[in-house]
Design a protein around this ligand. Structure first.
Ligand code: PMP
Length: 457
């Protein structure tokens, strides 16, 4: 059945693809890619084309593909106990063990982890917990959430609202009213080109302060942000950004959610991005790297401060009214345990730091001088190249020219290397598995250089 010759036809007739131009797909203008197998940093389609996946799927296959340790842990778990729920005090050996492993790695001031299935549902959980927390504290008005333009936090109703990208709002009646967006810490795209990095940080902080004053601190519950903006363009924050934001939030009693779906479990060369930037979150969102995507599992890590209030809330109101059938699914949990063990055993957090830094250094050396490369930036195993129409005036191409997608297309066509054309702006993103070698990093850089030359000269 799986190997049927009609697969391409079945695909067009039956399959509603995520984040896809539906009409263009139906017209046959978007290639069908049926991925069949994978190993290490390479994936292979059913026609036998082998590609170097320099985006680790959707920056999630952090340990690389084809790891027998994780596959076997999943199979063993499925045979022993495919499912049991986590309601009313139930657990499984896998889910309890994974909770212990996550909390051993989390910052010291964190207390417990709640498991979901996706980054989106983990952020939904976070917002519910924040609202519950303020209700228990007798602050029913303190409910608004500040997010950043270009932030990405999921595509549900609340999480799609938190996401600060037009595509995720347009025609969906989003964002919901409780969500407001502030300036992204995107130094390269600052409006005032004369601003120094520290002046730009001061500007972001002033914008946040002004928003808090305009709305009233007593109406604002939380601020959510990725340590490094991901889908919005792979943008490490300017120096001093997080400590300055943290100071404002603390002063106004506003909770901080660190969305570490991309950065959690090593992508920046540290276990969490919060560690890397000195953030002190009240909630941490985890997903992708928790299982390296071998099975869907996410989590919300809750601080001591919030946990005390949640416990009090259940004393007053009964059990917490929040649960998914698949919360702490044992197959996901077994994958998570095997994945975190593998990361430790192979020293992959360290590798993400060293090879990631190498990738960034080489990419910068190869591309910075190109007349249409405006910025090469990154941190750990995250890297981005941003293209400009004119370097001196820093003017951008028309979106209709699709420069980013054209370069990503060339990269694949010429060199079988997968990078991601980020959804807003002409930005080529790289987020390889942590097991990338320096040779493979060189291959990615050389191929990118060639693709850029083919499209932009
Ligand atoms: N937060 C961040 C930072 C993400 O990058 C993503 C997914 N790219 C999500 C949340 C949503 O995760 P999911 O797609 O698993 O719902």
């Amino acid at each position: 059945m799986l190997h049927n010759d009609n697969l391409e036809q079945w695909d067009r007739e039956n399959f509603f693809h995520a984040s896809t131009h539906l009409a263009e797909f139906a017209r046959g203008n978007i290639p069908q890619r049926v991925i069949k197998t994978a190993s290490g940093v390479h994936i292979e389609d059913r026609d036998g084309n082998r590609m170097l996946d320099a985006f680790a799927g959707l920056y999630c296959v952090n340990v690389g593909y084809g790891r027998p340790e994780i596959a076997e842990a999943i199979a063993d778990q499925a045979k022993e106990l495919a499912y049991y729920h986590s309601y009313v005090g139930h657990g499984t050996e896998a889910s309890i063990t994974l909770a212990k492993m996550v909390m051993d790695r989390a910052p010291d001031h964190m207390s417990k982890v709640y498991f979901g299935q996706s980054g989106s549902d983990a952020n939904e959980t976070n917002i519910k917990l924040i609202w519950y927390y303020n209700n228990i504290l007798g602050r029913p008005k303190k409910k608004k959430i500040i997010s950043r333009w270009r932030g990405y936090h999921g595509s549900g109703l609340m999480t799609g609202s938190l996401t600060g990208l037009d595509l995720f709002h347009k025609k969906f009646d989003l964002p919901l009213a409780q969500v407001i967006h502030t300036e992204a810490p995107f130094y390269f795209q600052r409006k005032d080109l004369g601003q120094s990095e520290s002046e730009f940080v001061a500007h972001c902080v002033a914008e946040l302060e002004a928003m808090i004053h305009a709305e009233g601190a007593d109406t604002i519950a939380a601020f959510i942000g990725e340590p490094v903006l991901g889908t919005g363009g792979i943008v490490p924050p300017p120096a001093g950004y997080w400590p300055a934001i943290q100071e404002v939030l603390d002063r106004h009693d506003i909770l901080l959610v660190a969305d570490e779906v991309v950065t959690g479990f090593g992508r920046l060369g540290t276990m969490f991005g919060s560690d890397h930037y000195g953030m002190r979150p009240d909630l941490i969102t985890i997903a992708k790297g928790l299982t390296s995507a071998y099975a869907p599992l996410s989590g919300s890590i809750v601080s001591d401060k919030m946990w005390a209030v949640l416990e009090k809330g259940t004393d007053e109101n009964g059990p917490i009214g929040h649960g998914w059938t698949y919360s702490a699914h044992p197959i996901g949990a077994a994958a998570g345990v095997a994945n975190l063990e593998l990361i430790d055993k192979l020293g992959l957090v360290e590798n993400a730091g060293t090879v990631g830094t190498y990738l960034n250094t080489q990419m910068r050396a190869a591309l910075t001088d190109h007349p249409h490369v405006g910025d090469v930036r990154g941190e750990g195993m995250l890297c981005a190249v941003e293209f400009v129409a004119d370097k001196d005036s820093r003017s951008f191409y028309d979106a209709a020219d699709k420069i980013g997608p054209q370069i990503a297309g060339k990269l694949l066509e010429q060199s079988n290397v997968i990078a991601r054309a980020m959804p807003q702006g002409d930005i080529l993103g790289f987020a390889p598995p942590f097991c990338l070698t320096k040779d493979e990093a060189d291959q990615v850089v050389t191929a990118t250089h060639q693709a850029v030359a083919s499209v932009l000269g």
